[in-house]
Design a protein around this ligand. Structure first.
Ligand SMILES: [Fe+2]
Length: 397
């Protein structure tokens, strides 16, 4: 009896110790990323997420063979707090003032925030940085000109992370200049964690820490309680869901093709106002095709989740009626879409577009090899088996 009482006494005495250990500061770690966004000839943006609220920064070093710890590396902070460091789980840091066509090493750094006490204090976990030996991260800034580009595109994976990993299992060897996610990568964004779980974590691991990613918004990315958080995970040149980028004289337009049903449709839950948004987008598109960079481009490719079809669903008609007339006067070489979950080539004359339109299938990876005379499309299954290829001569339309 005495023994049992002694055990209870011991347990009673130990409880505060156990409780105290439970209160020890958690360790901050990156949960997803880093992955590259908006790489230009003098800058790049890194996005990553943390397992807890944190403040963050990025350190940058030249690719000069020096040990990372050879000297203090310059620090770049998340500037979205307008002069105050954001305490967040999703981190955006832009590094500026770089040389074109130059490789840099970078390292993401973070300190978890365990408590905020108004103006009295903020408590932090010990700092943590990505290990540069086991996780070497680097980026090459854009060159001023390119002879050719090697690009990959997927779409409509609808949460198929295992297929995604197979399609990109050789991405490091492929050394894509950039990768495009052309919409509907998840069926909805019920929770922002879905974006991480269903493809972003894999994308970062397989190629995203050194290969820029561009994403168009598909109709399914308009759906779900966290749909508005979509742009927390991307950094685009315009700050909007539509934007353009050029690589030398290769010009790319990324459209937001909206929802597939009209704004007032009962299934849009009274929450959609795409009419005004796509009007603004069309006005922006007019400016883009009038720009000097666009007019001097040798190759012009448009990415749009939905394909144009004046007689199709509302979303297809929006692309056909608002965007295609502007593009028809602009000398577009090719539009690349997804949405229909099948491969399809719409030759000139089969839609209202005066350029070919190609839809990529949902479980296939399409590569583009672009030079100033030709765009070669290749389509692969998840085992990297070549299924078909297609050549589009440039400057025909
Ligand atoms: Fe779609």
């Amino acid at each position: 009896m005495k023994k049992i009482a002694a055990w209870f006494l011991l347990l009673f005495l130990a409880l505060p110790v156990i409780a105290q250990e439970g209160n020890l500061p958690a360790s901050v770690r990156q949960a997803c990323g880093p992955y590259l966004q908006n790489v230009t000839d003098t800058s790049f943006t890194v996005i990553w997420t943390t397992n807890m609220d944190a403040v963050s920064w990025v350190e940058v070093a030249p690719d000069d063979g020096t040990n990372w710890n050879n000297t203090a590396r310059p620090k770049y902070y998340d500037l979205r707090g307008f002069g105050r460091r954001p305490i967040a789980k999703v981190h955006h840091v832009t590094v500026k003032g770089l040389e074109p066509d130059t490789k840099y090493r970078y390292r993401i750094m973070m300190e978890g925030v365990t408590g905020q006490y108004d103006r009295v204090g903020i408590s932090y976990t010990p700092g943590y940085g990505l290990d540069v030996i086991s996780h070497p991260t680097s980026v090459r800034t854009k060159a001023r000109s390119y002879d050719r580009l090697h690009i990959a595109m997927v779409n409509d994976l609808h949460e198929g992370d295992s297929v995604f990993r197979r399609l990109f299992s050789d991405a490091k060897q492929q050394q894509y200049d950039f990768v495009v996610f052309n919409g509907d990568m998840t069926t909805d964004i019920a929770n922002e964690k879905d974006l991480v779980k269903h493809y972003l974590k894999s994308a970062a691991e397989l190629f995203g820490s050194s290969t820029p990613i561009y994403a168009t918004r598909g109709n399914h990315e308009y759906r779900g309680n966290d749909a508005l958080k979509w742009m927390d995970y991307w950094e685009t040149p315009t700050g909007k869901t539509y934007f353009s980028v050029c690589y030398g004289k290769f010009f790319f337009i990324f459209l937001d093709s909206g929802e597939d049903k009209y704004d007032g449709d009962i299934r849009n839950l009274g929450i959609m106002i795409t009419d005004q948004y796509t009007d603004e987008e069309a006005a922006w598109l007019k400016e883009v095709v009038g720009s000097e960079a666009f007019r001097h481009a040798e190759v012009r490719i448009v990415f749009s989740h939905m394909q144009p079809d004046p007689k199709g669903w509302f979303g297809n008609a929006v692309v056909a009626n608002k965007f295609v007339p502007i593009l028809n006067r602009a000398g577009i070489d090719l539009m690349l879409c997804g949405h229909i979950h099948n491969y399809k080539l719409y030759e000139v004359g089969t839609t209202n577009a005066r350029f070919p339109v190609v839809c990529n299938k949902n479980r296939e990876l399409m590569t583009l090899d672009v030079d100033k005379n030709n765009i070669r499309l290749k389509f692969f299954d998840p085992d990297h088996k070549l299924l078909r290829s297609l050549d589009i001569k440039t400057r025909q339309y």
